[in-house]
Design a protein around this ligand. Structure first.
Ligand code: NAD
Ligand code: TYD
Length: 350
């Protein structure tokens, strides 16, 4: 039996990865390590929490001694590292937190793996989950490939770029068997409603203003989170050590077009007259350092590992809206307490 550590498994993408691995691989022991920050929520994993091959450990990857002991105790065979501070706006108001979790936390995990695996790397794997934001911003043309130079602009992307460099440094210096993937924007169930899609679904439903940064011209490439989890499965098992794989949806949307699509869908679902929800669109001050366009060339993972997105965006966004409308208790739970304070600070003064 293999023991696999998944970090950040109570978060948005991590919970989908944990669910996939626990259900698909009954012969793996899956250990989910999560600090349960505002973004981590064990309710995301209710359906698998009692499975015999699943264990939750509450802990902080920034705590080096704790990580050292955990690796000694569990003797992990593989690591899939997702734990991170993940929201660009929060990285603008509190950059240091991003350095601790994303950079130091990653180095602690690399040390933990290096320590227990020593030089015996056969069948071992450290898989680091990263983002397309490390590549910076595109103009109207072109796409990010695995060869694109790093050019991060936000404290979030700078901290993720730094963690990617550390992973490659451990590979080159110590031979640690590592693999990295850089994915585009994810959407789907269990995403904390500070990110564009769940925030706007929540606001449309509650007739609250939709705060569009700048002119809404920024472009993002959206991928259904379940497809990202499928890609992680493929790369963890069949990706080549030392390689980087870009993951994307071949699905670019200018923010304003995506927002109008959500408004139209929500009008239908909520039985509102056509055009009603669009009236909520409110242009607000742009995000500082706002990257204009991200677009991923995901041809390598398709060519080499046979992965491609399974779902068309129009279907995915409808499924996603339905999920947030049906799971009101989940949404109410995560938007109580500290969320209100965050929302005031982020938007009311804007
Ligand atoms: P998220 O914010 O929803 O979840 C992050 C999880 O990490 C939470 O459960 C949180 O409690 C946990 N965590 C935070 N700090 C921790 C610490 N110090 N110790 C232990 N656990 C800690 O993030 P997400 O959107 O699910 O992203 C997961 C990973 O995927 C991140 O590494 C992110 O950079 C990357 N990524 C995200 C996207 C996206 O669109 N969301 C796209 C590409 C890559
Ligand atoms: P976000 O979901 O924060 O993801 P990222 O910044 O990592 O791409 O934002 C997606 C896009 O939506 C981005 O261009 C910023 C924009 N945006 C808004 O216009 N208003 C908002 O309230 C938020 C959260 C994002």
């Amino acid at each position: 039996m293999k023991t696999i550590l998944i970090t950040g498994g109570a978060g948005f993408i991590g919970s989908h990865v944990v669910r996939l691995f626990v259900n698909k691989y009954p012969d793996y022991k899956i250990v989910n390590l999560d600090k349960l920050t505002y973004a981590g929520n064990l309710n995301n994993l209710k359906d698998i929490e009692n499975k015999p091959n699943y264990e939750f450990v509450k802990g902080d990857i920034v705590d080096g001694d704790f990580i050292h002991k955990l690796f000694e105790e569990k003797q992990f065979d593989g690591v899939i590292h997702l734990a991170a501070e993940s929201h660009v706006d929060r990285s603008i108001s509190n950059p240091t937190e991003f350095v601790f979790t994303n950079v130091i936390g990653t180095v602690n995990l690399l040390n933990g793996a290096k320590n227990i695996w020593k030089d015996n790397f056969s069948d071992k794997r450290f898989y680091h989950i990263s983002t397309d934001e490390v590549y910076g911003s595109l103009g109207e043309e072109g796409m990010f490939t695995e060869e694109t130079s790093y050019d991060p602009h936000s404290p979030y992307s700078a901290s993720k770029a730094s963690s990617d460099h550390f992973v490659r440094a451990y590979l080159d210096t110590f031979g640690l068997p590592a693999v990295i993937s850089n994915c585009s924007n994810n959407y789907g169930s269990f995403q904390f409603p500070e990110k564009l899609i769940p925030l706007f679904i929540h606001n449309i439903k509650n007739n609250k203003p939709l705060p569009v940064y700048g002119k809404g011209e920024n472009v993002r490439d959206w991928l259904w989170v379940v497809d990202h989890a499928r890609a992680i499965d493929v790369i963890f098992h069949r990706g080549k050590i030392g390689e980087t794989y870009n993951i994307g949806g071949f699905n670019e949307w200018a923010n304003i077009d995506l927002i109008k699509l959500m408004c139209r869908e929500m009008d239908k679902k909520l039985g509102r007259p056509d055009g009603e929800s669009e009236k909520l669109i409110t242009y607000v001050k742009d995000r500082a350092g706002h990257d204009l366009r991200y677009a991923i060339d995901a041809s390598k993972i398709k060519r080499e590992l046979g992965w491609e997105p399974s779902l068309q965006f129009e279907e995915g966004i409808e499924k996603t809206i339905d999920w947030y409308l049906e799971n009101t208790e989940w949404l109410e739970n995560v938007t109580s307490g500290d969320y209100k304070k965050y929302y005031e600070e982020q938007y009311v003064k804007r």
